[in-house]
Write a protein that binds this ligand. Structure first.
Ligand code: 5GP
Length: 207
């Protein structure tokens, strides 16, 4: 049975620790491919073009939209963010599990187009801890932190649209949990339709 790649969407409030989690997941386990998004926001110190994001001007981003080069995009806190199409489709075709770290509007658009996508939401242990992490990161101004906390309150309304939540309290536990959920998702009947149909056809001969 050929294992098909799953499109995995990982969302979570800004500051929930998605980035660190995903870095650990892809470092500790084989088979994952991480999609690099395009954005119009400014790079943070230490971020590199093509590694964390493809940093684009607004006009370049709008050109990508026009060319149908993005499978989804959204506006988040005054900037565009979007998922380049080519990378995702070619990795899925190779049977890799592709990870998208995107916010909720994007997650919805992905589920509409890829009904087998697995939607996961990373939660902080508490709202106070979320603020603490955002402040501790030291990369955002007070104004941006307030915007992101407000945005989190809005996003919290949509959590039930996801299939699983994972609480990022202890990093190692959370990474292991994520991998276990993904491993289990490979075994749902919906994601193995072809295999099931083949067995059914073979069993027809036994009747
Ligand atoms: P940040 O500016 O903190 O890197 O990202 C802000 C938000 O944009 C995060 O919630 C992140 O998951 C989301 N994001 C990053 N890339 C994409 C993308 O390609 N599409 C969408 N819809 N959201 C994205």
């Amino acid at each position: 049975m050929r294992r098909k790649g799953i499109l995995i969407v990982i969302s979570g409030f800004s500051g929930a620790g998605k980035g660190t989690l995903i870095k650990r997941l892809t470092a500790e386990y084989d088979g994952y491919a991480l999609s690099v998004s395009a954005t119009t926001r400014q790079p943070r110190p230490g971020e590199e073009d093509g590694r964390e994001y493809f940093f684009l001007q607004k006009e370049q981003f709008e050109q990508k939209i026009k060319e149908n080069g993005l499978i989804e995009y959204a506006c988040y806190c005054d900037n565009y963010y979007g998922t380049p199409r080519d990378y995702v489709e070619s990795r899925l075709a190779e049977g890799r599990d592709v990870i998208l770290e995107i916010e909720i509007q994007g997650a919805r658009k992905i589920k509409e187009q890829y009904s087998d996508a697995l939607l996961l939401f990373v939660m902080p242990p508490s709202a106070a801890e979320l603020r603490h992490r955002l402040v501790g990161r030291g990369t955002e101004s007070g104004e941006v932190i307030e915007k992101r906390m407000k945005r989190a309150a809005g996003e919290a309304e949509g959590i039930e649209e996801y299939e699983y939540i994972v609480v990022n309290d202890d990093l190692e536990t959370c990474v292991r949990q994520l991998h276990e959920i993904i491993t289990a998702a490979h075994n749902t009947p919906q994601r193995n339709r072809e295999f099931i149909e083949n067995i059914r056809t073979e069993l027809e001969g036994e009747k």
